[in-house]
Design a protein around this ligand. Structure first.
Ligand SMILES: [Zn+2]
Length: 200
């Protein structure tokens, strides 16, 4: 039997040395191939999403002279103040240091953009649902993408397309409005600033 992984038991004649094995030692083969990297948020411990340096540069509201690292990640945790952190652990940036408020940090806030390229907020989606019973936002965004009008990598803090987030918001608001619409005496179908609370 001449398996390459057989441990040679005899020396090469005349040299006293073992012949070279045909494959690497088991220790080397089982070693992890990837280098350890700080992919977890230093504040909340959640796994960060890869984000291009260009996105961090575009969204930061502080001097870019602070940038030292070559790779950053995005923390999507709602209750965590950190938005970007360097994978080498050297830097982190909170939402207050950005030029935009971040959808993932305020998923239920009607005023915080969910689509940064075409400027849609959950409040606008809610208003359309209340008025027409359906949302055209996803179709509008898809039309914009087809015409090459989006710029997610420099406008959306997550650095990628917003459609998944928008779909989640539409479904959540549809479900919420569906629950409210069932009773015949629904309290309100749209925000009404003129409605009085009855206090004098
Ligand atoms: Zn975090």
């Amino acid at each position: 039997m001449n398996d390459c992984c057989d441990v040679p038991s005899t020396t090469v004649p005349g040299t006293g040395e073992l012949p070279e094995a045909g494959c690497p030692a088991p220790e080397a083969a089982s070693e992890p191939a990837s280098r350890p990297r700080a992919i977890r948020c230093p504040a909340c411990g959640a796994r960060g999403r890869s984000v291009e340096v260009q996105t961090v540069k575009a969204l930061l509201g502080v001097s870019l002279r602070r940038l030292r690292a070559s790779a950053y990640r995005f923390c999507p945790t709602p209750h965590c103040a950190v938005v970007y952190f360097a994978v080498d652990g050297s830097e982190q940036y909170t939402e207050e240091e950005l030029r935009e408020r971040v959808h993932q940090k305020h998923p239920d806030d009607p005023q915080v953009f969910v689509c940064y390229c075409f400027r849609y907020t959950p409040g606008e989606i809610q208003a359309e649902l209340a008025t027409t019973g359906r949302s055209t936002v996803v179709e509008e965004i898809q039309a914009g993408i087809e015409e090459g009008q989006c710029a997610c990598e420099i406008r959306n803090p997550q650095g990628s397309c917003c459609l998944g987030n928008v779909l989640a918001v539409v479904r959540r608001l549809q479900a919420a409005s569906g629950v409210q619409a069932e009773p015949s005496s629904a309290p309100t179908s749209r925000p009404s600033p003129s409605r009085s609370l009855g206090r004098s």
